[in-house]
Design a protein around this ligand. Structure first.
Ligand SMILES: [Zn+2]
Ligand SMILES: [Zn+2]
Length: 284
């Protein structure tokens, strides 16, 4: 049983890493192996579903593994929430296909020997260019009532191995912005809510999120994924989707996460990936 994590797929737009993953790994995977997309899955989008979407979902269903996704901000929530809701591995999921499942917000799952707490959603930064109920849905962030339920759940949850979200909590988001100024605007009320009601409410080993379209072990607990497919049980990182060459001996890099010691006054050190074999350090 293996668990792989990756970032936003945006329907067919950013699915190349999953195709590459399929080419490289499908022969050794089964239904008890899991690929988790960290939001902006985007294949439950058109109503009725387009031929391309249906074909892509059928393609995912035909893969040997089980595909799971956290919801992001770019999902058709009206369609998604109308899918059959079933109990699965300790939590609740929407069944898009028998082996393509949406991990619902505020649920705890036991998957591949690890425990996960899942909270999807994020605010769209491109909302003003989108049309409500056609390309934007207010359910992209949880309602007040949903938040109360999730926060209550988080308090009684006990510790988990991993937190999976689409959106980062504020502290984490601000550290990201410090490193990469520009494009992304200030943190918002939902990053604040995650910071206040999820971060620090229970202990976890690592928090994975997407949304910011970048691959980075931001700091010790928080890892941002986009094009990487992260092997939770292996050496950590599988470099599908990123051209980083090979070790001098021609072998694939064996990347591990690392963190510099925090600078004076900072709580977390900067993160990077380093090849355990040739020492190549990836950082931005
Ligand atoms: Zn996205
Ligand atoms: Zn997003």
């Amino acid at each position: 049983m293996a668990v792989f994590l990756t970032g936003d797929t945006h329907g067919d737009m950013d699915i190349g890493k999953v195709e590459e993953f399929s080419r490289t790994a499908r022969d050794r995977l089964s239904r008890d192996d899991f690929l988790i997309v960290l939001g902006d899955f985007g294949l439950v989008w058109r109503d009725p579903p387009s031929e391309g979407e249906a074909r892509r979902l059928d393609w995912l269903e035909a893969q040997p593994w089980t595909t799971l996704f956290v919801d992001g901000n770019h999902e058709n929530f009206d369609l998604l929430y109308a899918m059959p809701e079933v109990p699965w591995h300790g939590g609740r999921v929407h069944e898009v296909r028998p082996h393509v499942l949406h991990l619902m917000r505020g649920e705890r799952f036991e998957i591949g020997g690890h425990s996960f707490f899942v909270v999807g959603g994020a605010h769209s930064i491109d909302r003003e260019w989108r049309t409500p109920q056609v390309s934007w849905w207010p359910q992209e962030v949880p309602s007040e009532e949903e938040r109360r339920r999730i926060a209550r759940r988080a308090k009684t949850l006990g510790n988990v191995d991993y937190v999976l979200t689409h959106c980062p909590p504020t502290g984490c988001y601000e550290r990201y912005r410090q490193r990469f100024s520009g494009f992304w605007g200030p943190s918002d009320e939902y990053t604040d809510w995650l910071e206040r009601h999820i971060e620090g409410t229970f202990a976890y080993r690592r928090w994975f999120f997407g949304h910011l379209h970048f691959d980075l072990p931001l700091d010790e607990p928080h890892t941002l994924l986009y094009n990487q497919v992260f092997d939770l049980d292996g050496c950590g990182l599988t470099t599908f989707g990123t051209d980083v060459g090979h070790c001098p001996d021609g072998q694939a890099h064996a990347f591990e996460m690392g963190w510099d010691p925090p600078a004076p006054g900072e709580r977390h050190g900067h993160g990077f990936y380093r090849c355990a074999c040739c020492g190549l350090r990836l950082e931005r």
